[in-house]
Design a protein around this ligand. Structure first.
Ligand SMILES: [Zn+2]
Length: 236
């Protein structure tokens, strides 16, 4: 198991860790600040820093083949660290923080567009949600204004854990039809934005929605019968 440091503190930019294994360009660590691809949020990039100062580029982060582990994918041609080695970790914070702001913005927007969410994706420069809704009901200015009005409340986000049984008793919490929360671990992580949103999510979020600043809706597009896509960017 890899200890997921970003779960308790999404703002960790550096940490130290021990290399558990390194082969075929993939490094497993005993703990990590690198978020692995999942829930529409891309995996982190950054560096493993050796004692001698050598910087080994991490091109991507994925869930590992072993349950509960994280695979740090080395850039092509990068040196492989040794198992047992203690190393420094550095994530590309500028990229990750943009992902955190956009990710949290999608939570807020999902409370402005009242429809089932059929898909979603986050990139460092833009993010989108797909809704099962009549496209005529989607108005870019109204969505942006509604989302920005909620962001302006400036409330702190909270992480809440519930049991599988509690979630089963409250199916309305699961808005994203295409991404069912992982079950079987006994407990499920929720993001709560008090007065705005509460839904299962394992991603990384900003501590206060004021950090999002504001959003613009750049595009509304028909991507299929049940997928009306709303794409956003950060306003600054
Ligand atoms: Zn989330």
């Amino acid at each position: 198991m890899t200890e997921l440091l970003f779960r308790d503190d999404a703002y960790l930019k550096t940490a130290t860790a021990r290399v558990v294994a390194a082969h075929d360009g993939v490094v497993t660590l005993d703990r990590t600040i690198f978020y692995p691809l999942g829930g529409g949020q891309p995996g982190d990039t950054g560096f493993i820093v050796r004692d001698n100062g050598e910087r080994i580029a991490i091109a991507d982060t994925r869930k590992g083949a072993e349950p509960g582990t994280v695979a740090h994918v080395l850039a092509p041609g990068a040196t492989q660290p040794e198992a047992g080695e203690t190393v420094g970790l550095e994530i590309d914070w500028k990229r990750r923080y943009a992902l955190m702001r956009l990710h949290t913005a999608l939570h807020v927007m999902s409370c402005v567009v009242i429809a089932p969410v059929t898909g979603g994706n986050i990139a460092p420069d833009k993010a989108r949600l797909d809704f099962d809704i009549d496209i005529a009901l989607l108005d870019a200015d109204r969505i942006a204004d509604g989302t920005n009005a909620l962001i302006a409340r400036g409330v702190a986000t909270e992480t809440v854990w519930i049991t599988d049984e509690e979630l089963d008793a409250r199916p309305e919490l699961v808005k994203t039809m295409s991404v069912q929360p992982p079950r079987g671990a006994g407990r499920i992580r929720l993001l709560r934005i008090p007065g705005i949103d509460l839904q299962p999510c394992g991603g990384t979020h900003v501590a206060n929605i004021a950090e999002i600043g504001g959003i613009q809706v750049t595009r509304i597009r028909n991507e299929g019968k049940r997928n009306k896509r709303v794409e956003i960017v950060l306003r600054d």
